[in-house]
Write a protein that binds this ligand. Structure first.
Ligand code: URP
Ligand code: ZN
Ligand code: ZN
Length: 464
């Protein structure tokens, strides 16, 4: 199939210009004004008129949890519903997390995750491998994952004590091996021992409401762990990526590290930029129980500034949805509420509306933090993350001015509430092409499960 997108205003992380895009099969073949398309057979040429639209690269969300066993249940979006909802919101590629079971191999975990994801994705996807048990056997598997499986990033948890957390001894060992093999370490950087203590203390005092989830993870728990992670990464020389960074204290730790010219990247998530901890005082506060928790208004200011200073490179979601019924597992005890928040479908439109349309970030910055930087950091660029000759034709057509309202009654995520119910958004995804195929057309999904492909990733990119 050959497709011509005409007259669109193309925005990349660096450019803004009006041109046509010629797509052959899955790949962008040419970009320009008055392209010479006479050589094509018109009967098979699909023309999309993008006049008045913004034409941007498909989003890359490098932090999602689909069909994931967690806290005694599974996240409620599976690979089909989650990647389809992502497409509706303009995200064409997601990176999900495989969790090693303590005592088992990384390969066993990969096979388990393949069992749930193979042939089930609507949009493109890749995996990070979460190492929850680093030992001599795990160490031997790292090279294979980077060189053969195309899984080049390894997630670590400094929290979730007794479940996913590793200690600093394991962290250092893993960092040395990952650096040697050309990979990168992702981290959930909060102090698991302090949090464990505070949870136990609050429960002993009879404090069970969602507010105490928030009060069990104060800013210092994140600032301390971020600084420790950054120091260990500096010592070992291993590239690092801090996931879901939420607050001023943690960002200041990174600011210090960058003075040492370390390879340290930072992700925040859309929720930390636009909603705050006052939600935990509401009756339905469990909807926003996630880790780390929502923070203060001053932290939102710090994060927006960090984006514009180049200290925060990625805005993801940490999409980890649970039905309200699942959230009620913790109705009498905040520590039993499954942690996580649905946003895979809303990330791009919320970031556009709150960021670009409210003047906080430029259009180019929007593309950079919602697509290009994640593709670069995680070894998918320039296949993903940009509009360029030779790149996958993952393209989103936006109406920058269309207003709409977010609601559980209209979203496509498999979750029965929205963390953004009634939120007024300006800017709408109108059409989405995934590898040249029109996947979303005016609120209708045109591709089925199995269309999404696994993306094998390269070693850590040197381009950022
Ligand atoms: O609350 C969260 N973030 N749930 C998903 C697991 C994680 O820590 O990323
Ligand atoms: Zn986390
Ligand atoms: Zn997560």
């Amino acid at each position: 199939m050959t497709t011509l997108i005409k007259n669109g205003n193309i925005i990349t992380a660096t450019d803004n210009y009006v041109a046509d895009i010629l797509i052959e099969g899955e790949i962008i073949k040419a970009i320009g004004r008055d392209l010479n398309i006479e050589t094509y057979n018109y009967s098979s040429l699909q023309i999309i008129d993008a006049a008045g639209m913004l034409v941007m690269p498909g989003g890359v969300d490098p932090h999602v949890h689909l069909d994931m066993p967690f806290m005694g249940t599974y996240s409620s979006d599976n690979y089909e519903t989650g990647t389809r909802a992502a497409l509706y919101g303009g995200t064409t590629t997601v990176i999900d997390f495989i969790l090693q079971k303590q005592g088992n191999s990384l390969q066993a975990a990969l096979q388990e995750w393949k069992g749930r994801s193979d042939n089930n994705c609507v949009g493109d996807y890749s995996f990070h491998m979460a190492v929850t048990d680093f030992n001599d056997d795990t160490k031997k598997e790292i090279k294979h994952f980077i060189e053969e499986e195309g899984i080049t990033s390894f997630k670590t948890f400094m929290a979730y004590k007794g479940a996913l957390m590793i200690d600093d001894r394991q962290m250092i060992g893993l960092m040395e091996e990952v650096k040697k093999c050309g990979g990168l370490i992702n981290v959930h950087a909060t102090n698991g021992d302090m949090i464990d203590y505070l949870i136990a203390k609050h429960i002993a005092e009879g404090k069970f409401s969602p507010l105490y989830h928030y009060l069990s993870q104060p800013e210092i728990t994140e600032a301390e762990a971020s600084e420790r992670f950054v120091d260990m990464a500096s010592y070992t020389g291993c590239p690092g990526y801090i996931v879901h960074l939420t607050c001023e204290g943690a960002l200041n730790a990174v600011r210090n590290a960058t003075r040492r010219n370390q390879k340290m990247f930072v992700e925040t998530c859309i929720q930390y930029l636009i909603i705050d901890a006052s939600k935990y005082e509401q009756e339905d506060g469990a909807k926003w129980v996630m880790s780390p928790p929502l923070r203060e208004k001053k932290d939102q200011e710090t994060l927006w500034a960090g984006i514009n200073q180049g200290l925060v490179q990625v805005v993801a979601t940490d999409h980890c949805p649970f039905m309200w019924e699942q959230k009620l597992m913790g109705k009498d005890d905040f520590s039993k509420i499954p942690n996580g928040h649905p946003a895979i479908e809303n990330r791009m439109e919320l970031l556009f509306s709150e960021g670009v349309n409210k003047g906080k970030i430029t259009l180019n910055k929007f593309v950079e933090i919602s697509s290009t930087n994640a593709a670069k950091i995680f070894g998918m660029f320039p296949k993903k993350g940009t509009i360029a000759v030779g790149s996958d034709a993952d393209i989103v057509l936006w109406d920058a001015n269309e207003e709409h309202t977010l609601s559980a009654s209209t979203h496509h995520m498999n979750v029965d509430y929205s963390g953004y119910e009634g939120w007024q958004v300006k800017g709408k995804v109108k059409k989405v092409l995934l590898r040249g195929k029109l996947a979303i057309d005016n609120n209708e999904c045109k591709v089925d499960k199995g269309f999404g492909k696994f993306v094998k990733r390269n070693k850590v990119s040197q381009v950022i």
